[in-house]
Design a protein around this ligand. Sequence first.
Ligand SMILES: CC1=C(CCC(=O)O)c2cc3nc(cc4[nH]c(cc5[nH]c(cc1n2)c(C)c5CCC(=O)O)c(CCC(=O)O)c4C)C(CCC(=O)O)=C3C
Ligand SMILES: [Fe+2]
Length: 351
Amino acid sequence: MQSDQSFDAFLLVSFGGPERTEDVVPFLENVTAGRGIPRERLVEVGRHYYLFDGVSPINRQCRELLAALRAEFDTAGLDLPLYWGNRNWDPYLTDTVRQMAADGVRRAVAFLTSAYSSYSSCRQYHDDVARARAEAGPGAPEIEVIPPYATHPGFVEAAAATTRAALERLGPDAAGARLVFTAHSIPLTMAGVSGPSEHRRGPGGGYAAQLEEVGRLVAERLGHREFDLVYQSRSGPPSQPWLEPDICDHLESLREQGVRAVVVSPIGFVSDHMEIKYDLDVEAAQAAEKLGLRYARAAAPGHHPGFAAMVRELVTDRARGAVPAHLGTLPALPAPCRDGCCPLRAPAPAG
Ligand SMILES: CC1=C(CCC(=O)O)c2cc3nc(cc4[nH]c(cc5[nH]c(cc1n2)c(C)c5CCC(=O)O)c(CCC(=O)O)c4C)C(CCC(=O)O)=C3C
Ligand SMILES: [Fe+2]
């Protein structure tokens, strides 16, 4: 029997963000519904958005990615309509999936603007796609989500290129600069069970293992033997342990070790959205300045022109049922993701 894996549409799935001040609070309510985020943290994060007139850059970045994908797909003769839906803001996934159904889409391939395994960065997107399909009703298309792709050569080379460009901006200080890779912190309970078991190499689970691997691959391309992996944007109650060290604490300890310049590269993200524009470009940059550290921040990998080509490759590989290219020592991820992988936390013991 032949399994026909071809797709009749492409769906970009992203986080979503507000684009005007009135939308900031409802957006934050969407993101944090039922997630136990302290009130003070929400007020603080709201302030970050207000500093930028309530405009998150993430939707514009999605529109730019869609334009790049249109060109890339056209050049490759890949004749798929492009759709876009967000988890937390307009255009909402449910509306998009309804539109796909109305357009007669039967079987779509979905790409997430999130490259790593974990509940927040993968499973939650799957759950929201499933919810959108249920809400759209019986005519909803099948949607196959491309698994995490951080170790794909397209992602690694893009990260290496943006990191190299940041290093060059340091001019003569580049020589002794330390490479610091950052990712969104997540609770340790979530990290520990992230990714398939064959990716879990320590308490940070598959999420931290994939980040370590990408960091190592990027550092290697830049001829650096040393690099640091740190975390940013921690949330949640202080009593709950999250992945560490925090970027700002880490800058301090680097200064104590005599480091004079850093390149901060947000390999844990796809685009330069609010958590980069505020947490890195404002907060970490100010911390570095206070410490007298030269600081250059690399663009997220999704801003490199090679990124769209990677997406196209991932789509055609999925259509053929081929294992996508991947670098490093972690085994290829199963495609599609296994049911129940990347849970919020370890399941309670039976009995
Ligand atoms: C792993 C990860 C990624 C990377 C993977 C991916 O890209 O998906 C990511 C991305 C993003 N996170 C974003 C925004 C927010 N994340 C929050 C809260 C949280 N994020 C978490 C994790 C992650 N988040 C977690 C464990 C929480 C705690 C609440 C919970 O357990 O769910 C909150 C609430 C306030 C707060 O708690 O800080 C906001 C506003 C935006 C949009 C930015 C923009 O508008 O430009 C993006 C791309
Ligand atoms: Fe987040």
